[in-house]
Design a protein. Structure first.
Length: 614
């Protein structure tokens, strides 16, 4: 590991210098409730917070939620199988998933399987567009998804039980509770999903014969105020999955995949009027077993253990906000094709924001990592926001971002030789964005144009001996436009809401001038809901353009549009119990579509949900 001491000393001196400044008062309530405060204070671009009503309709998986409520293209190897995103034309490992402020992308694959995340168990889910490697680390190139537990320090006792049953013998049980006082709060959620998943392949006589799955997802958190100025929090998440992996329309499968992810995070905070100290200690564990033939005992496997410590110091005085962060992580990995490996990383981050006036603010961000097994670049970000008035605002930002090579990309061993490459360089990108927001009482309009120039992209290709190895090969350019429009109208007992989004993306391989695979030029979504008294009617639409499925653009998948329709009702009882019922028809028009080649998605199907709240 290279000498990191000069950079760390400078960071500590800066924090100490600004720490001497004073301010009469500052609201620290957001610091108490939310852990991922970098998203709140240092993200000038678009941050889309998904409300509970949207999660209620698509809360069984993160894939389903983002499919109908974002411009992200989801690649799913059949319903319930491994799911990965394409955010602004980038690949799955270039989208960071942030769990209560820490990056949880796999150390083996560099990505998160979106079908292992249950949105219903989180208090807040946000989508941050654009590069964020300074704040959130490796992989935050196209954007980041933020999963946060929310703490409520008041007297409350809330319980919710959701029972669901649908086509393909799909069962879903979800229970969550939050109990608390002014000093202590406890949250818990558990989700169980099981399905035969044997849907019909439309326009054929085949079915999804090897697609059954059974998943358990557990979330827990505890917050306790040690004193008026000290707060202790603990977060936990466990996912246990057992999935038969679907085959393709041309090749059946008899494989099985078992995986487990465990995440623990302990956080201590000390705050006063103008400064906050925060220390985090975490442990992350991931393991998988893959059975090529589930009727045999032979399997391949991989696992990693991550230990991390984080110190965060933030000071706010006058019109300046300063944040200094030091992270240390120790990661070990092992597997069938990976020998015992280790990675030690020290990251130092400096975040600065200043309000020049009531209308203009800007921020400067820096991050440098020191790693034992590769050279990490200095990354930085600059953003400016101009608020014309209460309704109009403009933002500009530019940044350098990166993605570190994964254990698979560096250490993979295959065919008696080294399938990895210890000299593989991190991916890096330069990007810029300009956006405008119009916010009125009954409608909100936003647009953002972006450009991403990436280099040293990592791809797996066969070497001269025919062994597949990762190597830095081509550069890419991504550019596009994102537009959203939200309208709301209320009159009497009526409530009408219409939310729309559209994304145009062009992603090119600069060496070949071909379009990158699985990047649709056009993606749109629309959510229309109408509530009258205790009744709710909603319609969802997702439109995806065609995508190329080969690097030479010789083959493509046609575009498609899918619709969902639902109706629900709240039933109030004499006591505190509230019963909600919902009937939802997915793929309303029975469209035959694929988002990954040769892997058909389900035909028209029905879900019935029954929720009890008290």
């Amino acid at each position: 590991m290279r000498d990191y001491r000069p950079f760390l000393i400078i960071l500590i001196l800066l924090c100490t210098l600004f720490g001497n400044a004073q301010q009469d008062s500052i609201t620290v309530l957001d610091e108490v409730i939310l852990t991922d405060v970098r998203l709140l204070h240092f993200s000038s671009g678009k941050v889309n917070v998904l409300k509970d009503s949207l999660v209620d309709r698509n809360g069984s998986s993160l894939t389903d939620l983002l499919q109908f409520n974002s411009s992200i293209y989801l690649k799913e190897n059949g319903l319930g199988m491994i799911s990965s995103p394409s955010f602004r034309g980038t690949n799955a490992s270039q989208t960071a998933v942030i769990w209560n402020g820490i990056n949880i992308n796999s150390q083996l694959t560099g990505q998160v399987d979106f079908n292992t995340i249950v949105p219903r168990n989180y208090g807040s889910i946000s989508i941050r567009s654009g590069g964020g490697s300074v704040q959130f680390g490796s992989g935050a190139i196209g954007g980041s998804i933020h999963l946060n537990d929310v703490f409520r320090f008041n007297k409350h006792s809330d319980h919710e039980l959701l029972l669901g049953y649908g086509s393909f013998d799909t069962k879903n049980i979800n229970y969550r509770t939050s109990v608390g006082s002014e000093k202590t709060t406890i949250g818990f959620g558990v989700n169980y999903q099981v399905s035969n998943n044997d849907y019909k392949y439309l326009d054929t006589d085949k079915r999804n014969e090897n697609g059954a799955y059974e998943n358990v997802n557990i979330n827990g958190n505890i917050g306790h105020q040690l004193s008026e100025k000290q707060l202790l929090k603990f977060y936990h998440n466990t996912f246990i999955g057992d999935r038969d992996f679907s085959g393709t329309i041309t090749a059946p499968s008899n494989s099985n995949y078992k995986d487990i992810n465990v995440r623990n995070l302990l956080e201590w905070s000390h705050f006063n009027q103008n400064r906050i100290h925060r220390v985090k200690a975490g442990y992350l564990y991931e393991k998988y077993k893959y059975f090529d033939n589930k009727d045999r005992e032979d399997f391949s496997f991989g696992n990693t253990n991550t230990f991390l410590v984080n110190y965060d110091y933030k000071v706010h005085f006058k019109n300046i906000l300063l944040n200094g962060i030091a992270d240390y992580s120790h990661i070990t990995g092992d597997g069938t094709s990976i020998e015992n490996v280790k990675r030690k990383t020290l990251a130092t981050t400096f975040l600065f924001k200043q309000n020049l006036s009531e209308k203009i603010s800007y921020g400067v961000n820096l991050r440098k990592e020191f790693v034992n097994d590769y050279n990490s670049p200095l990354v930085y970000g600059l953003d400016v926001k101009y608020v014309l008035n209460l309704s109009h605002s403009v933002h500009l930002n530019a940044s350098k971002n990166y993605r570190i090579p994964t254990f698979n990309e560096i250490y993979w061993v295959l065919g008696g030789g080294s399938g990895g490459n210890p000299d593989v360089k991190p991916e890096s990108s330069l990007q810029a964005e300009i956006g405008y927001t119009l916010n009125k009482e009954k409608y909100t309009f936003h647009w953002a144009a972006f450009y991403i120039a990436s280099e040293d992209l990592i791809q797996w290709r066969p070497n001269n001996d025919g062994i597949w190895t990762p190597t830095n090969i081509n550069d890419a350019s991504n550019y596009g436009l994102e537009v959203s429009l939200k309208l709301e109208e209320k009159w009497g007992a009526h409530h009408l809401s219409w939310k729309n989004g559209y994304g145009f993306t062009k992603a090119m391989n600069n060496d070949t001038e071909n379009t990158l695979m699985y990047v649709p030029e056009h993606k749109a979504n629309s959510n229309l809901s109408y509530a009258f008294g205790d009744w709710l009617l909603f319609y969802q639409l997702s439109v995806n353009g065609s995508v190329f499925i080969t690097s030479d653009n010789s083959e493509s998948l046609p575009g498609y549009s899918i619709s969902n329709l639902g109706v629900g009702r709240n039933i109030k009882t004499k006591g505190k119990l509230i019963v909600e019922t919902m009937l939802q028809v997915n793929n309303l028009f029975n469209k035959n579509y694929q988002n990954v080649a040769y892997r058909p998605m389900p035909n028209r199907n029905v879900q019935l949900k029954l929720k009890f709240k008290i």
